[in-house]
Design a protein around this ligand. Structure first.
Ligand code: DSN
Length: 447
């Protein structure tokens, strides 16, 4: 019988892109196109980041082949020794990064992390109190179209209509009036600091569990650049890509970790409830390549450079907000305390919406998100959301933020609203793209 040469691990994994080019040139070309797009455009999407090559290597590894349902050491499948170790390391590093006592690194996403927590401690029909998605909440916090909205009774608290800030006394009154079983805090587009301690006081007074979804600010929390909810909320969830890791989610617990809890009349622990809600509740096999990549990222996240960068992200966002304001753009709440800035574009010219602004900016190489704005009745997507995690990772600083604000202002003023939508002068697009590419070329794709 012919004996085949066995490859070593390094040899098998090296040249992965070459292997792809050989077997599927079409997808390989699209990956190259996406790399160029990310490298040569001004990436101001607040919900994105750029992970390191080490994280990408773990994602592209043979760990993705392993099937292993269930928690560590209690899997349904054979051959789980290595992935048990990988998962334990990832959970340990997540706990260290966030100062948590419990970490579940299995959720496939932030949304799924939220669903697992909700399924673990609520019964069908129980009441959730949350910020609606059109005011910055997330779909998985109970929007009518999501499973959480369909299976549970959802009441909302709202931002103050004048200041567009969270008003904790109003939230408290609402919680005491509607007596939810769970309060959810954390937002996708709220530019100011969130007082998780105040939320916990409200939850305790109302007899509710508190879930803090920190997907947008988790890197700031790791670095101590934003108050941590881990010891205030019963449960903290986050996606792991916005902070700079792989796609995926995690669930954390702090001081409430050991509490006994009665659910459906039975005494149990949060850990047991979360394990069961993860598998078989909502997921099958966790993605071990992603779990390994989470471990790699959490090791990076306790590094001094990572921590310092989070403060720089906030400084850059503050300069961006300030410069946009100086150009006469309407910055929601007048500034920012975190990584993102919200701009109401409707006042700039008749017919301008966030949707048009996003498209026009992208034509010129500046990538942002359209968003709904709280209490904006004239149109959907009245604003844009710009964020600084990626440009900061690439090494841009305050000088570049001033340039970025100038580009946003110039593009939005240059575009002309038409019956079909909008138009921009072709030469202007070419010139602006050139400016953006020159700027990006000075700050390479970050590792
Ligand atoms: N939360 C979404 C966003 O902010 O774009 C992504 O899940």
């Amino acid at each position: 019988m012919e004996v085949k040469n066995l490859l070593d691990c390094h040899c098998w994994h090296s040249g992965l892109l070459d292997a792809l080019r050989h077997s599927d040139a079409e997808i390989c070309r699209l990956i190259e196109d996406e790399f160029d797009r990310q490298q040569n455009t001004l990436q101001l999407v607040a919900a994105e980041n750029q992970c390191s090559r080490a994280v990408l290597a773990a994602l592209g590894s043979v760990l993705q082949n392993k099937t292993a349902e269930g928690p560590v050491a209690r899997r349904l499948h054979g051959g789980c020794g290595v992935v048990d170790e990988v998962e334990q390391i990832a959970a340990q590093r997540a706990k260290q990064a966030f100062g948590a006592r419990y970490a579940n690194v299995q959720p496939h996403s932030g949304t799924q992390a939220n669903q697992i927590v909700i399924a673990a401690v609520l019964q069908k029909g129980d009441k959730i109190l949350s910020l609606p998605d059109e005011q910055g909440g997330h779909f998985s916090h109970g929007s009518a179209e999501s499973l959480t909205g369909k299976l549970f009774t959802v009441e909302n608290y709202f931002l103050d209509p004048e200041s567009l800030l969270l008003d904790y006394e109003t939230i408290r009154k609402k919680a005491l009036q509607c007596r939810p079983k769970m309060i959810i805090c954390g937002a996708s587009f709220y530019p100011r600091a969130i007082d998780f301690e105040a939320f916990r006081r409200i939850a305790d007074e109302a007899g509710a569990f508190l879930l803090a979804d920190i997907s947008h600010i988790s890197s700031l929390v790791i670095a101590g650049a934003h108050q941590s909810p881990v010891d205030f909320a019963h449960f903290t969830t986050t996606s792991t890509y916005k902070c700079g890791g792989p796609r995926g989610g995690i669930i954390l617990m702090g001081k409430d970790f050991d509490n006994e809890v009665v659910v459906g009349g039975k005494k149990t622990t949060f850990e047991k409830l979360l394990d069961a809600a993860t598998f078989p509740g909502l997921q099958g096999t966790p993605y071990f390549n992603h779990i390994a990549a989470k471990a790699v990222f959490f090791k990076e996240a306790v590094d001094t450079e990572f921590r310092q960068r989070q403060f720089k992200i906030i400084d850059n966002a503050a300069v961006l907000a300030d410069s946009l304001g100086k150009y006469g753009l309407s910055v929601i709440t007048g500034g920012t305390d975190n990584h993102l800035v919200l701009v109401d574009v409707t006042g700039l010219k008749a017919g301008l919406t966030g949707d048009i602004a996003q498209k026009a900016l992208e034509d010129c190489g500046v990538v942002v998100d359209k968003i709904d704005l709280p209490y904006q009745k004239t149109c959907r997507t009245a604003g844009i959301r710009v964020g600084t995690p990626i440009v900061t990772k690439r090494g841009m600083g305050e000088e570049e933020m001033v340039v970025a604000a100038g580009l946003v202002d110039k593009i939005l003023r240059q575009l002309v609203i038409t019956d079909a939508g909008y138009k921009i002068d072709r030469n202007f697009i070419a010139d602006t793209r050139q400016i953006v590419e020159t700027l990006c070329s000075k700050f390479g794709f970050a590792d």
